[in-house]
Design a protein around this ligand. Sequence first.
Ligand code: C2R
Length: 167
Amino acid sequence: MSQPSTPLVGVIMGSKSDWPTMQYAVEMLELFAVPYEVKVVSAHRTPDLMFEYAQTAEARGLQVIIAGAGGAAHLPGMVAAKTVVPVLGVPVKSRALNGNDSLLSIVQMPGGVPVGTLAIGDAGAKNAGILAAQIIGNQIAAVRQAVAKFRQEQTQSVLDNPDPRAE
Ligand SMILES: Nc1c(C(=O)O)ncn1[C@@H]1O[C@H](COP(=O)(O)O)[C@@H](O)[C@H]1O
């Protein structure tokens, strides 16, 4: 989906192969009508692009960056090292180590350069999208209300379906 307004959230990932996971972050941003951009950027394979992306993020109006990566997942931390725009890290589930490598690579930042790390895989990507919307929602009432509505509907859906055996 093309985004007409200036992006407020940048969704980046180390490889095209991360998209099946990272699509859940974008799905949430679309649900809450948060303007976003999405791009493959890799600290390892495109280091100059990664630096440029991080260095220009603030001036381009990004308020949150969601960075997903798997394996030796340096992308979120390296982007965070080059910008004060908050970075949310999504550990993509790697084939070899089930995403434990991704998680530890992203979460164990040295004090002074934070990355807000989400869960491994699809739930982490989904929650990164919701969390980014909540941050944006501090300034944009329509986004805040959209998140509140989503949460209320989620709660209601559980309350309406208490029998775990029902189809
Ligand atoms: N962790 C990183 C970085 C990075 O951190 O900069 N760049 C690519 N990758 C990861 O390599 C995995 C395999 O990538 P390929 O499927 O392209 O071989 C992906 O999960 C990607 O995020």
